[in-house]
Design a protein around this ligand. Structure first.
Ligand code: KG4
Ligand code: ZN
Length: 348
């Protein structure tokens, strides 16, 4: 069975084809995962919805063609179509949805609508390094979400924590802007933080900037990053020399975000006595975050499974949407093109 999925919820257009190799053991193979990025947004320091929508309209068909070509397949070989139906930017989502609906109609095949956040979670099910076991706690950190989810079985989620204001990715993007770095801010801040870490003349003890770790001891699993952003702004205003200290600021800012994410996730894993921890979303591409989780988990638990998606499946991609679709097919949760609807505010 072949599944073709499209993701167009924000600025990247992505198409992927996966092959179901063995349903009994959920063995899947990602044959292609093509991502058409939109670097044009860099000049605006964030995604401009109108431009994103126009680019999706231009990119969606060539991206699907390229995914099929890489998989060495034709549209007629596809058994099931899948597409992100929300949450996201309406004008972006519509490109993917209408295109995939047309394909499902033309080829008379079933179609599956996938929740973008569920897609990020299911990125972990693509060739996991460790066996995935339930219950698991999943930290989803992206440009639009910072959510701690307790997953008890496939398709069953309990949200145990959420951001009260900005998402972690948003904090990275806005922090980077203040530091004069480009969009998206996460990879930029990470690059400058590494510059600081790799400088042989300084060590962590030399960090003279003190940014807050918001809600670190709040007793619940919620997050807040807008205060951190403001704290960075005030520190920069007070520091006439900040332009020469960007790596140090980037290091401290990244560490403030990571400290909160790691501590709250580990606490939740203990309280809910889970068997596994997973990370997902664009911010989970952060190498310091991945490493700090690894270190902390090996210190705090005797036996727990820990998974993080491969880098290409952390930021928005259609491979994760196709994989989610597979698990929905198993539960016979598909529909036809007439019934598929965009749902901007869809919840997990
Ligand atoms: O999941 P994603 O591609 O899109 C949304 O669903 O929002 O996440 C994008 C976010 C951006 O805010 C970007 O700055 C952040 O992920 N990001 C990172 C890294 N790579 C991407 N944040 C920290 N470190 C990274 N290496
Ligand atoms: Zn995303």
């Amino acid at each position: 069975m072949y599944i073709l999925a499209v993701e167009s919820s924000c600025d990247d257009t992505s198409a992927s084809v996966i092959k179901v190799i063995d349903k009994k053991i959920d063995k899947l193979k990602v044959l292609s995962n093509v991502i058409a990025p939109q670097p044009i947004h860099k000049q605006f320091g964030g995604v401009v919805p109108e431009i994103a929508a126009r680019k999706h309209a231009v990119n969606v068909i060539p991206t699907i063609e390229s995914a099929l070509k890489k998989a060495n397949l034709a549209l007629g070989d596809v058994d099931v179509f899948a597409v992100t139906i929300g949450p996201g930017l309406v004008t972006s989502l519509i490109s993917g949805i209408e295109t995939v609906k047309t394909l499902a109609y033309t080829y008379n095949k079933p179609i599956i609508g996938v929740n973008h956040i569920e897609g990020h979670i299911y990125a972990n099910f693509i060739d996991p390094k460790e066996e995935i076991v339930f219950p698991s706690v999943i930290l989803t950190v992206s440009g639009g979400h910072t959510t701690l989810v307790l997953m008890k079985k496939h398709g069953k989620y309990e949200i145990i924590g959420n951001t009260r204001d900005d998402a972690a990715g948003e904090a990275y993007d806005k922090g980077a802007k203040m530091l004069g770095l480009s969009y998206p801010g996460g990879p930029e801040i990470s690059k400058y933080a590494e510059k600081f870490e790799n400088n042989p003349n300084v060590s962590e003890k030399d960090v003279k900037i003190n940014l807050p770790r918001p809600m670190l001891g709040s007793g619940d699993y919620d997050f807040s990053f807008s205060g951190l952003k403001t704290a960075l702004l005030y520190s920069l205003r007070k520091d006439k020399n900040w332009k020469n200290r960007v790596p140090e600021y980037a290091f401290e800012y990244q560490q403030a975000i990571n400290d909160v994410l790691v501590k709250k996730t580990i606490k939740a894993a203990k309280e809910y006595k889970v068997k596994g921890i997973m990370l997902s979303g664009g911010v989970s591409a952060n190498s310091a975050l991945r490493e700090q989780f690894r270190v902390k988990i090996s210190k705090e638990f005797d036996k727990i499974s820990f998974n993080v998606p491969e880098l290409q499946f952390t930021t928005d991609n259609a491979g994760m949407i196709a994989t989610t679709a597979y698990y929905k097919i198993k539960k016979r949760k598909f529909t036809n093109w007439k019934k598929l609807k965009l749902n901007v505010k869809i919840k997990l």
